[in-house]
Write a protein that binds this ligand. Structure first.
Ligand SMILES: NC(=O)c1ccc[n+]([C@@H]2O[C@H](COP(=O)([O-])OP(=O)(O)OC[C@H]3O[C@@H](n4cnc5c(N)ncnc54)[C@H](O)[C@@H]3O)[C@@H](O)[C@H]2O)c1
Length: 257
């Protein structure tokens, strides 16, 4: 387990389901990791858990609101201060909104675009000098199957996720000459604490979610966050040295309804 030995990574949204699993997997593979999230307490929990589960893990938490452009500078400064280099950036932070376009409010659009799209752009821009200096820099942006598969009710989120795919491709075209690869991962339904809490509010348990048949993928189930983290590790690693500008579907095989 040394795919990321000697590498330093920034992972955003690290207090959430996929981000936490990714932070752990990165440490298991030997990376030093700066985990960034808006929420201090769950972030501290994740950092503590990773240290407990991965002996010798080099992991540090940083609370920051990535919706604010200046946070990107602070995140990069902190990564360099702690670890001296940046080789991998995983842009994973995300928020959701459930407004049909007919009712979509300006503040919701602004929030979704600020967190789900612009934070990726600003942090990438600030990290690029270090990623270029790495000589094997990698950006992994977390999009969604819904960048490609339409549905009703979450257009603001889905638009941002489609924007991530486009930005990832542009970044690959601009940065390959500097030795930086850029790829996107498009997770399908992944069971995280967010979904468990949301289900609880509707009177459903985690077990109810797990046993319900999921109709939108060939495997008829939710993904575990680690099943998303594994391909993120691979895309960040030198094993994916010829993978650039890709959008990797990690969705159990989406079935369009
Ligand atoms: N879980 C799924 O089914 C699924 C499917 C497709 C795509 N995704 C995407 O994967 C990523 C991770 O999803 P998840 O399910 O783990 O979500 P999550 O809600 O568990 O985690 C997202 C994290 O981002 C953090 N965050 C939100 N706003 C922030 C801000 N302004 N600054 C810093 N951090 C902020 C949250 O605090 C949270 O910890 C997201 O981009 C999400 O859109 C998830």
């Amino acid at each position: 387990m040394s795919r990321l030995q000697g590498k330093v990574a920034i992972i955003t949204g690290g207090a959430g389901g996929i981000g936490a699993a990714t932070a752990r997997r990165f440490c298991e593979e030997g990376a030093a990791v700066l985990v960034v999230d808006l929420l201090t307490s769950p972030l501290d929990d994740v950092v503590g858990q990773v240290r407990e589960l991965v002996p010798g893990a080099r992991v540090v938490g940083l609370a920051a609101d990535l919706a604010e452009e200046p946070a990107a500078t602070v995140v990069v400064q902190q990564a360099l201060e702690h670890f001296g280099q940046i080789d991998v950036l995983v842009n994973n932070a995300g928020v959701r909104a459930y407004e049909p376009l007919a009712e979509a409010r300006a503040e919701t659009w602004q929030r979704i675009l600020a967190v789900n799209l612009l934070s990726y752009a600003f942090l990438t821009r600030e990290a690029l000098p270090s990623l270029r200096a790495s000589g094997r820099g990698a950006v992994v942006n977390i999009s969604s199957t819904h960048a490609f598969h339409a549905r009703a009710g979450m257009a603001q989120y889905d638009v941002a996720k489609a924007g991530i795919i486009s930005m990832t491709r542009s970044l690959a075209f601009e940065e390959s000459v500097h030795g930086v690869r850029a790829n996107a991962v498009c997770p399908g339904l992944t069971l995280t604490p967010f979904h468990v809490k949301r289900a609880a509010a509707q009177g459903k348990t985690e077990q109810d979610l797990r046993t319900a048949v999921v109709g939108n993928n060939l495997q008829k189930r939710w993904a575990d966050p680690r099943e998303i983290a594994h391909p993120i590790v691979w895309l960040a690693s030198d094993e994916a040295s010829f993978v650039n500008g890709a959008a990797l579907m990690v969705d159990g095989g989406t079935v369009d309804s």
